[in-house]
Design a protein around this ligand. Structure first.
Ligand code: ADP
Ligand code: MG
Length: 581
């Protein structure tokens, strides 16, 4: 028995032309046309028995004898003159009466295309409820991921396929205040409840790192700020140090080298030679001489930056024996500026999380401890929660890309070096992605290297069970290579035309029309497209229980109050100490 039972008389019209997944339907009666709305669903008779095709109305054009030539493109495509009532419909799937023992199965593929003159029916009233309930059936999921309710039928819950959403990278975009952070909180909340969840959220503005954003399964970290540098057992307290010795040779140079300096090649060459030697010596003095012979300059092996500085200084001042008297060594004075930069960086308190290390942070097993903190997961063990939120809000913005990229690279490398059978999938949620996965980069800069980590994960991550969720208010400024690898889109309201265009380009052709709705979406309403969602459609997202600290400040309301909560003295103090606590 078919879910949608239509009588021939109920039809709203018939198929006039077909183009792969787009149809033009001719509507005979103006009354019927009036009742239809863009984004509503229609069913079309299929050539195969026991099936109907399901489509979304993309455009409605009324018969006009006298109006101007709007919809030129549509008319041209349809071959109709502007004298018919027509609908443009995007086909989105097939409803099959029965497959094996299952009845009323909706599939996203189109097994058949409708024939010319096939009848078309509007899915409304009881039918829409019945249809959406079929779609919302949770029987496919062990623990369903419920994100909201369908805008076309508020009674029907909208679920996403959690496998597909995280498998092949996802995107969450929307202008400021459209509800992105709430959407992320909504996902995080549900992920945190899974017994073996594993994801890391890069919290760039500290929105999810407030004391109120806490729950079982969520663990907070922050990159060490200047006042954390006096603390001990930092890792146990959730304070992350990212030692300089984890940086690759290129990353170090991106931070230290001034390529416009005529001595830059010498500086780079000597730096690499000395660092490599220091790494080997560290291993040899720890009884690991075999390992010392196989490492490369980029291997994450500790070394002492003081030793490197001292050796560079020696070379910079070296005098060698000459024919008659002592003369200046080959590198005399050529390293001075490099040494100055290295010294000033290594003493910069804001970069303390890289350079101000305790002895246990310059030990090989420190990388293991860091990786376990970031990647081990188990709901039973509170110090290994499934969701890790890392607060980057105090990292200087010029090196933010390098630092976020470093964390992503570490996780990717560990994942890559895990035996396939043991790989536990992990997802990186990248909030404010335009800041560190940018479309335009200054070549030669540290941000380019950070970006590389993300590009690799976007391209190869799937093989190693690591995926990205790219979150941004400016999709037009997010790297296109990374975006084009993403297969699921949750797009909240986007008011900027450039941003809309980017999203439109990423969607399959027949669905691009859906993006017309982007600027008119409600707050907390999203257009969800991709294989994780059965229907490419609008969804009112649920409110999360845990609320991120909103970045939306209510100016007028604040100005209307009798009191002012800002403590400027405290702020100035924090500014001087470069730490909010
Ligand atoms: N799903 C939702 N339902 C209802 N209101 C929402 C929803 N999402 C967001 N809002 C409202 O919009 C405000 C801004 O949301 P937020 O997620 O902080 O936006 P963004 O991160 O995109 O700047 C929230 O403080 C809340 O009042
Ligand atoms: Mg936000």
């Amino acid at each position: 028995m078919s879910l949608l039972n239509f009588n021939t008389e109920e039809s709203i019209g018939s198929v006039y032309s077909v183009d792969t997944a787009t149809l033009i339907v001719k509507v005979n009666e103006l009354d019927k046309l009036r009742k239809l709305q863009v984004n509503h669903l229609v069913a079309i008779q299929s050539a195969k028995a026991g099936q109907s095709l399901i489509g979304i109305i993309n455009r409605i054009t009324r018969k006009t004898a006298d109006e101007g030539k709007e919809d030129g493109e549509l008319l041209e495509f349809s071959g109709l003159s502007n004298t018919e009532n027509i609908l443009k419909v995007n086909l989105i799937g097939t409803l099959i009466d029965r497959i094996g023992t299952k009845t009323n199965v909706f599939k996203r593929n189109l097994d058949s295309v409708p024939e010319i003159e096939a009848l078309c029916f509007s899915i409304e009233g009881d039918n829409i409820t019945k249809f959406m309930q079929t779609i919302s059936s949770t029987s496919n999921y062990t623990i369903p991921l419920q994100i909201g309710r369908y805008s076309i039928s508020e009674n029907a819950h909208a679920y996403l396929d959690g496998n597909k959403l995280f498998q092949r990278h996802a995107v969450i975009v929307g202008s400021t205040g459209s509800g992105k952070s709430w959407c992320v909180a909504n996902l995080i909340e549900q992920i945190a409840k899974l017994p073996m969840a594993n994801c890391i959220l890069f919290d760039i503005h500290g929105e999810y790192s407030t004391p109120s954003f806490q729950a079982n399964g969520i663990q907070h970290f922050r990159i060490a700020n200047p006042s954390d540098l006096t603390q001990d057992s930092r890792l146990e307290k959730g304070i992350l140090m990212l030692p300089y010795w984890l940086l690759t040779y290129e990353e170090m140079l991106a931070m230290l080298l001034d390529r416009s300096d005529s001595n830059a090649p010498n500086q780079a060459m000597l730096f690499s030679k000395i660092v490599f030697k220091e790494k080997q010596e560290y291993l040899t003095s720890n009884g690991e001489s075999t390992l010392a012979n196989i490492i490369t300059i980029d291997s994450p092996v500790p070394y002492k930056i003081e030793n490197v500085i001292n050796e560079l200084k020696r070379l910079d001042e070296e005098m060698v024996a000459g024919a008659r008297a002592e003369k200046q060594g080959a590198f005399f004075g050529k390293l001075t500026r490099f040494i100055q930069r290295l010294e000033s960086k290594s003493q910069d308190k804001r970069l303390g999380f890289l350079f101000d290390l305790t002895t246990d942070e310059i030990e090989t097993n420190w990388l293991e401890r860091l990786s376990i903190s970031l990647m081990a997961c188990s709901l039973q063990n509170p110090i290994n929660a499934g969701v890790k939120i890392i607060d980057f809000s105090e990292v200087p913005s010029d090196i933010l890309p390098l630092v976020v990229g470093l964390v992503a690279r570490l996780v990717f490398s560990v994942q890559q070096w895990t035996m396939r059978a043991q790989q536990h999938p992990i997802s990186l949620l990248c909030d404010e992605a335009h800041l560190y996965i940018p479309e335009r980069i200054n070549h030669d800069s540290a941000s380019e290297l950070g970006l590389k980590s993300f590009e690799r994960i976007a391209k190869e991550g799937r093989k190693y069970g690591i995926s990205l969720v790219v979150i941004s208010q400016r999709p037009a400024e997010v790297n296109r290579t990374v975006l084009s690898q993403c297969n699921n889109f949750i797009s909240l309201r986007l008011s900027n035309a450039e941003d809309q265009a980017v999203i439109k380009k990423l969607l399959p052709d027949n669905l691009a029309g859906l993006t017309d709705a982007l600027p008119v979406l409600d707050i907390g309403e999203a257009l969800v497209v991709g294989d994780a969602s059965l229907l490419p459609t609008r969804i009112h997202l649920n409110e999360p229980t845990l609320k991120p600290e909103s970045a939306t400040v209510k100016f007028w309301d604040e100005w209307c109050k009798d009191t002012n909560k800002q403590e400027i003295t405290v702020a100035v103090n924090s500014l001087i100490r470069q730490s909010k606590i």
